[in-house]
Design a protein around this ligand. Structure first.
Ligand SMILES: [Zn+2]
Ligand SMILES: [Zn+2]
Ligand SMILES: [Zn+2]
Length: 672
């Protein structure tokens, strides 16, 4: 257990095809600092406040990627397979600390079904009894814990040309790895490390460079790092703002064409008009504190010039500040633009700068436009929001207002209910759990790796959340600190009890009644809301069929899918893999018909963007099971939030078709 290892994805020079990498080779461990930085500096990554499990005692262990020390270059490595030589091993050792598992976290260990071509997890793996915490070690030993070639489940053809499922799973797998690395490691390097791991293991798609749309990427999709856009082929440059294609195949005089640009938004003083954009060319040290020089008509600038003549669509990605973080950025894919004109301007330094005007191709759904609209709604500049019925349906129960909006028809609102923010228990309800947990005895905030904290121990030694908002992995049960824990309100193990994190609205849908969506972008893993309502017992509920529509029932059959990180991608022992099967002390039925929160408006989808996870937090000295919803993937502003309602066993064969809860499926995903 006291070891970490490097999977061998080394020595790739001269190996053009990632399929042929021999991943079983384990070479000498080089000094970590010698790893060649390939991905951009730390400000691409999320500014997580990483808490290493053993704090400052882990001396000498520092982030591996000295990005800051590397001066940015004009043209960063092109991550297109044919021109790009992968870096040396990117899978650095995790800190060797391994979490002890408690019996409480041992769920039913049946294998988790893997959907959408993902490799099967080792759900049947035995759990090891590791109740004694191990001392951390800094020794990096090369041990082949993960033997055999990693099967990415992605074929060579799929790596070249993607589709919706591939794009979605690549991004999900990336973020699962990133969250895990952030959980156990230094957070700043997690994004780069996760990227290295996925790239070297062939978990990527759309590597074929193309002009125009990219299969599986939709206008409005959001990304939280530039590396995510590389992994799915939207923009293959990790630093340069202009990406382009040179078709050598078509002859030597063929000139470059621009494929995509990343606009830095307000940082560059570029226009904030959602329909057009003025973009500055690259080079000339325009935005650096160096001696400025004239920009040259070469590389990206030349490509934009050629694209202006040719009139091809250029993908535009708008970079914006992440409202949830001071230093993070969000990238919004705003669809295709054409270049309408170009000119040369004297910059502040007096040197020539190329300027390009880009105009959005009409007929595309709003993306950056939504972003700007939400800004205005929030600042009250465009009041009232069209179709606004109520500014806050929670009447102040939640810390953030939830608007009620209907810009579709005349219906004035959903039927009456009382807004509550959490569960309401009937007299008869008692949780059939033997051990009445008493909280931990921590002062301040509970810390990952602190095995004196009984709450952390229940979670296997890890903090189940990142940054107090993101679920790292699904697990049989998450244990939050409760009311008898003396830790402070800001304890990072108190998430679902601290309420809504996003500004949401209940809105009228075209064919599914009322629905729920967020004004804010939601990063994968983020807590959205819990399922509030009255806890019912099975018998009384069965009598009221109508109520079924508002019931959350854990005994339904749910599509299984893999969401957690793959241990091989973070150098962990596959036998330590967390089960994604829930382990509930008893089936839980919650009715939100008369009492409920925003969750009662979330519709069903067979291709959902929200998942649920049982969370125990203690209330009145008793452990209470809550159902908490988290984002499966990044969810753009104004996208409807949906989850899988599951299939009610009792309503299964009434008319021969499966019902989701009591509802016919209207999700339109075609996945039933
Ligand atoms: Zn705590
Ligand atoms: Zn604690
Ligand atoms: Zn606690």
């Amino acid at each position: 257990m006291l070891v970490s290892f490097l999977t061998g994805v080394l020595a790739m020079e001269g190996v053009p095809n990632p399929n042929h990498y021999d991943k079983s080779i384990v070479l000498d461990v080089k000094p970590l600092r010698s790893l060649k930085p390939v991905f951009p500096n730390g400000n691409q990554g999320p500014p997580f406040v990483g808490v290493p499990p053993f704090g400052p005692s882990s001396t000498g262990y520092s982030p591996f990627f000295p990005f800051g020390s590397q001066p940015p270059t004009q043209d960063t490595p092109d991550l297109n397979q044919t021109q790009y030589t992968p870096p040396p091993s990117f899978v650095p050792p995790l800190q060797s600390y391994r979490s002890p598992t408690t019996t409480a976290s041992n769920g039913p260990s049946s294998s988790t079904g893997a959907k959408r071509g993902r490799p099967k997890g080792s759900g049947n793996a035995k759990k090891k009894d590791k109740t004694v915490p191990q001392e951390p070690t800094l020794d990096v030993q090369v041990v082949k814990r993960f033997s055999g070639v990693f099967d990415s489940g992605i074929s060579a053809a799929e790596r070249e040309d993607g589709n919706v499922d591939l794009v979605s799973t690549v991004l999900m797998r990336f973020d699962a790895v990133r969250r895990r690395l952030s959980q156990v490691e230094y957070a700043k390097a997690a994004t780069a490390k996760a990227a290295g791991s996925l790239m070297s293991n062939g978990v990527r798609t759309n590597m074929k460079k193309r002009v125009g749309t990219v299969p599986g990427i939709e206008v409005g999709d959001i990304f939280f790092s530039r590396i995510e856009m590389c992994l799915v082929g939207l923009h293959m440059q990790t630093m340069a703002g202009i990406d382009y294609i040179t078709s050598k195949a078509a002859g030597a005089d063929e000139e470059p064409l621009a494929t995509s640009i990343v606009s830095a938004g307000r940082y560059d003083g570029e226009a904030q008009d959602p329909e057009s954009l003025i973009y500055s060319g690259q080079g000339g040290n325009a935005d650096k504190n160096k001696q400025a020089s004239d920009q040259k008509l070469e590389r990206g600038n030349l490509a934009l010039e050629r694209s202006l003549r040719k009139g091809n669509g250029v993908r535009v990605i708008r970079g914006e500040e992440d409202p949830a973080s001071k230093t993070g950025k969000i990238y919004i894919y705003d669809g295709l633009y054409t270049i309408s004109e170009s000119w040369v301007e004297k910059g502040k330094s007096g040197c020539n700068t190329f300027k390009y005007r880009l105009v959005r191709v009409p007929g595309q759904p709003p993306a950056f436009g939504f972003w700007k609209a939400v800004h205005k709604w929030k600042e009250g500049l465009m009041t009232p929001r069209r179709g606004l019925i109520l500014p806050d349906i929670t009447s102040g129960v939640e810390s953030k207002p939830v608007s009620l909006v209907n810009d579709f028809d005349d219906e004035k609102g959903p039927s009456y209910f009382t807004y509550i923010s959490t569960l309401k228990h009937s007299e008869a309800f008692r949780i059939t759990q033997q051990n009445t947990a008493t909280g931990c005895s921590c002062r301040g905030s509970c810390a990952p790796g602190d095995l004196n904290c009984s709450c952390i121990r229940m979670n296997g030694g890890d903090l189940p959340y990142l940054n107090g908002v993101m679920l790292v992995s699904r697990r049989p049960m998450v244990y939050e600190c409760g009311s008898t824990c003396p830790c402070n309100a800001g304890c990072k193990n108190k998430v679902i009890q601290t309420g809504l994190k996003f500004r949401m609205e209940v809105f009228k849908t075209a064919n599914r009644g009322w629905g729920l969506r967020s004004w804010d972008p939601i990063r994968a893993g983020s807590f959205i809301c819990e399922y509030a309502g009255e806890v019912k017992d099975q018998e009384t509920l069965r009598m009221d069929q109508e109520e079924d529509e508002y019931v959350f029932d854990t005994s339904r059959v749910y599509n299984s899918f893999k969401w957690n990180y793959e241990p091989a991608l973070v150098d962990e022992d596959p036998s330590d893999e967390l089960s994604e099967e829930f382990n509930l002390p008893a089936p839980l039925l919650i009715s939100a018909k008369s009492f409920g929160n925003v969750a009662r408006f979330m519709n069903h989808s067979c291709s959902p963007n929200v998942l649920w996870q049982p969370v125990i937090s203690e209330g009145n000295g008793e452990p209470v099971v809550h159902i908490a919803f988290f984002a499966i993937r990044h969810i753009p502003p104004m996208a409807e939030l949906t989850y899988d309602y599951g299939v009610s066993l009792t309503s299964e064969s009434r008319d021969g078709s499966l019902l989701h809860g009591k509802r016919q499926c209207n999700c339109g995903s075609g996945r039933e």
